[in-house]
Design a protein around this ligand. Structure first.
Ligand code: AHR
Length: 627
């Protein structure tokens, strides 16, 4: 590793600071300009502003973690809420030769292009607030749609069945975190007409803006609203002040962020100025920890780390603060102790599954975890019984790959009552109460479906393209997600038509049988086969050959998983494109299970990084593929 020498001469220091100030607006660097020190890496941190309490907390958490690492130098920039300035900041950090960029943004649509450009050259961590697309190394932050959805549920609880009128105060427009929060909030409320959003204000995350705008609105309204939902606690405090100044009473206020500081959300709840807030971890600590792993070329780096939010109101604030104190002190000196993990595997249906099971077994051995792994042979009832058994055996942690999305409430409630945390491996579930599971580790199946369709749309120019879809297990997260993502892209390209979707269960045998049915029904009218996994695709290839057509040329074939079998079919031209679904989840599951028994908070979701493979790319990679 080539050491970077950060020159310390006063002259250099002062001129650099002047240059940085001119170029960056506000800037700062850890360590003083007067010392001369070799560092391994220089990291650039670009902040949209440093006046919002949440952004200030993020910067503090970044600095606290940086202080633990002698070998890195960090340059912090503050764009003072100007998108143009932030674009300039990022450009200048690039010219300065940083090794990695950590960027938190406000305006996702204007900043996505420069972030995508940076990503072409250096690793980029998007922190706290998202960008559109996937052109970055790692996203660490919250699921803002989920925050909006949870805020809506809190609003409905607080208002009761009688419903009421609601004013929403948004952060800024064309910012992904504001749009997704609003979408989650409004889509959830719209399911019940008793809850009406009467007005939407935009107050730039600012307390005073919110206060002024709300005061103006309420002065011209006969009936005050029953509830205010503000996208952050600063604006919630502004709402409180407006209501106070107009002498209004009994208006419920919901905020977000939950910073534990003066005028932060936790204090506002304690002082009963607002009813509810949502703790939104900044991810500052994790960003530095992952930056060092990325720069250290650690192999498996996830694509997204979704941090869990905690709903705080007068009923749980005391417990939360005490628990926080206790956990903070209790971690010290906790010795790593043996743990027993109960893993209920879904079945043996595919190459992916075999690699997934092997990854879990090997990682448990490596981590010294006692693993009880049972297989449910693709039978949900059997999988539920296996989990019940683990509860009886009082394992420390339960993990499972759910066969389908529904039907898990009862057994997960039993695990929760037994105090056993549950990790969802590879597939998500659909339950109202997200506290029934602790963490999900796996893929973004919707994005996998989009990637399959994007390739096809870019490849195929014909007038009309007829597609046969071989679906995975009905109501399973991968089948639902891959169908939704594929159809989402097809909807924008009407000349692509799905002739028929067949139900296939992710197995080779059914893939072959369905394709036979499709060929009998549609024969040469079929242009493309979209198989939800490799095994069904390989089965389809055999059926097509037996029918006397050429797979890969007369009928194009797209699959998902990208196992070695798919690589072979790609390199012989019988398969055209494969989207990776990463089965190697063992190491992350063991790390999360260990952190859990140490009482550490783990991310709500860890989404794996995945690629796609054309025939050419598979040719190059096939030797390296070990599953
Ligand atoms: O859940 C992931 C899916 O399950 C894989 O794509 C498929 O091969 C497996 O059956």
């Amino acid at each position: 590793m080539n050491k970077k020498v950060i020159f310390g001469t006063m002259l250099f220091g002062t001129s650099m600071c002047l240059f940085l100030l001119y170029m960056f607006g506000q800037t700062e660097m850890n360590g003083s300009a007067s010392d001369q020190q070799e560092v391994d890496y220089v990291i650039g941190v670009s902040q949209p502003n440093l006046h919002e309490p949440w952004q200030v907390l993020m910067n503090e958490e970044l600095k606290n973690e940086v202080a633990k690492h002698e070998n890195i130098r960090v340059i912090y920039t503050d764009a003072a809420q100007s998108t143009e300035q932030q674009i300039r900041d990022i450009q200048t950090l690039k010219e300065y030769g940083i090794d990695l960029l950590i960027v938190s943004i406000d305006n996702s649509s204007d900043l996505t292009p420069i972030i995508s450009d940076m990503y072409k050259e250096i690793p980029v961590i998007v922190l706290g607030r998202g960008v559109t697309g996937y052109n970055y190394t790692l996203y660490i932050g919250s699921d803002y749609y989920f925050i909006g959805e949870t805020a809506a549920k809190a609003a409905m609880n607080l208002l009761g069945n009688k419903g009421g009128s609601i004013v929403e105060i948004q952060g800024i427009t064309n910012a992904l975190q504001a749009e997704e929060r609003s979408k989650g909030f409004q889509e959830t409320l719209h399911k019940n007409p008793a809850y009406k959003i009467s007005d939407v204000l935009v107050a730039n995350w600012q307390r005073d803006d919110a206060e002024d705008q709300l005061k103006l609105l309420l002065q011209h309204r006969d009936n005050p609203p029953d509830l205010i939902y503000a996208h952050n606690d600063a604006m919630a405090l502004g709402a409180y002040r407006a209501i106070q100044s107009l002498g209004l009473k009994d208006i419920i206020i919901i905020g977000s962020d939950g910073v534990n500081k003066h005028n932060g959300g936790l204090q506002l709840v304690q002082e009963k100025k607002i009813n509810t807030t949502f703790i939104t971890p900044t991810g500052g600590k994790e960003a530095i920890q992952y930056a060092i792993e990325i720069l250290g070329k650690k192999e498996v780096i996830p694509k997204k780390i979704i941090l869990r939010n905690h709903e705080i109101d007068e009923t749980n604030i005391k417990n939360y603060l005490t628990e926080k104190e206790m956990t903070a002190s209790s971690h010290e000196g906790v010795r790593d102790h043996s743990l027993t993990l109960g893993f209920a595997q879904v079945g043996n249906e595919s190459e992916f599954r075999a690699a997934n099971t092997q990854s879990i077994v090997e990682a448990a051995k490596e981590a010294g975890v006692e693993l009880l792994l049972k297989n449910a042979d693709n039978d949900q009832e059997k999988q539920i019984e296996i989990i019940r058994d683990f509860i009886k055996q009082k394992v420390d942690v339960i993990a499972f790959s759910p066969k389908v999305e529904h039907g898990w409430e009862e057994v997960l409630r039993e695990a929760k009552e037994a105090g056993i945390p549950v990790i969802l491996s590879d597939r998500e579930i659909n339950v109202k109460d997200s506290s029934l599971w602790t963490s999900f580790i796996g893929s973004d199946f919707v994005e996998e479906g989009r990637r399959a369709a994007r390739w096809l749309v870019n490849e195929e120019a014909s007038e009309s393209v007829h597609i046969i879809e071989l679906e995975g297990t009905r109501n399973s997260a991968p089948a639902e997600g891959r169908k939704q993502g594929f159809e989402e892209i097809l909807a924008e390209n009407p000349n692509f038509k799905i002739l028929k979707s067949y139900q296939g269960d992710f197995t080779h045998a059914l893939g072959k049988k369905m394709m036979k049915n499709a060929l009998e029904q549609y024969g040469k009218d079929i242009d493309v086969v979209y198989a939800h996994n490799d095994d069904m695709a390989i089965g389809a290839i055999e059926a097509i050959e037996e029918f006397g057509l050429k797979p890969g040329s007369e009928i194009r074939i797209i699959s998902i998983d990208a196992t070695k079998k798919a690589f072979r079919a790609l390199s012989t031209g019988k398969l055209n494109f494969s989207v990776e679904c990463n089965p190697l989840l063992g190491p992350q599951i063991m790390k999360s299970a260990k952190d859990l028994v140490l009482g550490k908070e783990i991310p709500m979701k860890i989404i794996t990084a995945e690629r796609t493979f054309t025939q050419e790319e598979a040719g190059k990679e096939i030797k390296k593929r070990n599953y």
